[in-house]
Write a protein that binds this ligand. Sequence first.
Ligand SMILES: C[S@@+](CC[C@H](N)C(=O)[O-])C[C@H]1O[C@@H](n2cnc3c(N)ncnc32)[C@H](O)[C@@H]1O
Length: 219
Amino acid sequence: MTHTHTLADPRVETAISRMFELSARDETAQAQLPPGALESMAPQELADAAAGIYMPISADGGKLLYNLVRAIRPATVVEFGMSYGISTLHLAAAVRDNGTGRVITTELSKEKIAAARGTFAETGLDDLITVLEGDARETLAGIEGPLELVLLDGWKDLCLPVLRMLEPRLRPGALVVADDIDQFEGPMRPYLDYVRDPANGYQNVSFPIEDGMEISCRL
Ligand SMILES: C[S@@+](CC[C@H](N)C(=O)[O-])C[C@H]1O[C@@H](n2cnc3c(N)ncnc32)[C@H](O)[C@@H]1O
C-alpha cells in the first residue's frame, strides 16, 4: 500500500522547491544590506530592507516541523516570522494530513505577505493559514490558547519577548522551536539562557540541524 502526504502533493512540492531555489540568492542579496543592518535597524525597517531575502528554515528543518506537527496534532500552531512561507507550508501540510488544526503566522514585510498569500492559494493550503500583518509583539498578543506548537523564526532579539508574551497560553507539553540558534549565537543568547534555566519550566534539546534548532518542551 502506498502512503501519501501533503508535502508530496505536486503543488506543494513545486512551490517549496521553487522557493528553496530562489533562496540560493540570499547571500548576494544580504551582502547589499547596509553594514551593521542586523544590529542597528528597527524591526520594520530591517524587514523592508530584507524583503528580497528568503532566510528559510533548512529542508531537513522543514521535515522535522512536519513530523512534530503530525505527532502532536496541535489545534493551533503559531509561527513568528513567515517570510515567503517555506516553513508555513511545512506546518500547514502537516495540519492538512492531521485533518484538524490551523496555522497562525505573522510577518512585517508587505511584499513577502503578498507573495506568500499567492503561494498559499496556489498550493491549496490557504484555508488552513491565517496571516497576521504586522509586528508579532502586537499581532500575536490576542491569540487564544492553548498553544501546542510555536515556531520562533523572526528577528532573533525578539524571540524572547515573543515567547514571554505567548508563555501563559502554552499548554503543558507544548513544543517551542527556535531556528538558527548556532548562526545567531549572540542575538539568541538571552533566549537560550532563559529556556535553558530549569527555573523557567522547559526541557530543552539543541537539535543539530543546519544552523541549529532549540526545541523546548513546556513542563
Ligand atoms: C528568518 S525569516 C523567516 C523564515 C521563514 N520562517 C521560513 O522558513 O521561510 C524572518 C522573518 O521574520 C520577519 N519578522 C521579523 N521580526 C518580525 C516581527 N516582529 N513581527 C513579524 N515578523 C517579523 C522578517 O520580516 C522575516 O521575513
